[in-house]
Design a protein around this ligand. Structure first.
Ligand code: OGA
Ligand code: MN
Length: 292
């Protein structure tokens, strides 16, 4: 049984440490303290799951999470799989734990565009988990925005205009980006094409709330329009989704674990660092279902 006091602190039954969940801003995101992700019991896992579906992005400071423990934690949310494009180095012995890194001689691949991960897949990942191993203080923040709120902010007419429509998502932009970098492995071309159609408005499989599911990195056009015709509509959706009031910006510290819901949040890696500013994150994803 989990007790919750007025401050939102939950009692964990195993060691009695209070788990405290604090909202990070108005749009999305909560910080979770008083929990060790390498040793979760049922009650703590359930509390994290509830908080995740409420806040979309969870930040767990000061975690000491070995690669295997990160996989086990991510598995609470779905099967952990290697990246389909295989563009990054992985942790030895853990092919599903990608190393996102920036260091001298190996500049990081850019992620400075709003996206949800691998949205061109038939079944894009439900959840992404990053664990900060090395950080240069105040550099390389990651931003997140809330795609439920992006949908909620549309007028009735705008919602009506999107009803039943689909957009095409393509891995081409990621492919092109990878060619520009000295990524560890050759990209698997079979995963790049063809573009895949997903509904523009999807229903979250757990919360059953409607959300926008398009993003400027992978989405190329509306299925029933040319790229040029689609541009104004898609751009207006992106502009609404990424208004500052709809964004949480995370400043990394070593030991942070940050997880986000790829179905109802987009993210953006701020590129304000140079090759000499160390940044290393371990990344895992939990498989999701086809968006609908
Ligand atoms: C990712 C990603 C953001 C970052 O790993 O999918 O977009 O800040 N990373 O590194
Ligand atoms: Mn990403």
């Amino acid at each position: 049984m989990i007790a919750m006091d007025l401050e939102g602190a939950r009692e964990m039954p195993d060691d009695g440490r209070p788990m405290k969940i604090s909202r990070l801003c108005g749009a999305l995101g909560a910080e979770v303290r008083g929990v060790d992700l390498a040793r979760l019991d049922e009650a703590a896992s359930a509390a994290i799951r509830d908080a995740f579906h409420e806040h979309l992005v969870l930040v767990f400071p000061d975690q000491d999470l070995a690669a295997g423990a990160q996989v086990a934690f991510t598995e609470l949310f779905g099967a952990v799989e290697p990246h389909p494009l295989r563009t990054r180095r992985t942790v030895d012995g853990f092919p599903a734990v990608l190393i996102i890194e920036n260091r001298k001689g190996r500049p990081g691949a850019r992620n400075d565009y709003w996206h949800s991960d691998i949205s061109h897949a038939e079944r894009p990942p439900a959840v992404t988990v990053l664990h900060a191993i090395k950080v240069t203080e105040g550099r390389g923040d990651t931003m997140f925005c809330n795609m439920y709120r992006a949908y909620d902010a549309l007028s009735e007419d705008q919602r009506e205009a999107l009803r039943g429509r689909r957009a095409l998502h393509s891995g081409m932009a990621t492919y092109t980006r990878s060619l520009e970098h000295n990524d560890a492995r050759a990209i698997d071309r079979a995963e790049v094409k063809p573009p895949r159609a997903h509904p523009v408005v999807c229903t979250h499989p757990v919360t059953h709330r409607p959300m926008l599911f398009v993003n400027p990195h992978f989405t190329t056009r509306m299925e029933d329009m040319t790229e040029d015709e689609s541009r104004p509509l898609l751009d207006s959706l992106y502009a609404a989704a990424t208004r500052p009031e709809n964004v949480y910006r995370h400043r990394w510290r070593v030991g942070d674990v940050v997880m986000w819901d790829n179905r109802c949040a987009m993210h953006y890696a701020v590129m304000d660092y140079t090759e000499d500013m160390a940044r290393q994150l371990h990344r895992t994803t939990a498989a999701g279902a086809a968006p609908r």
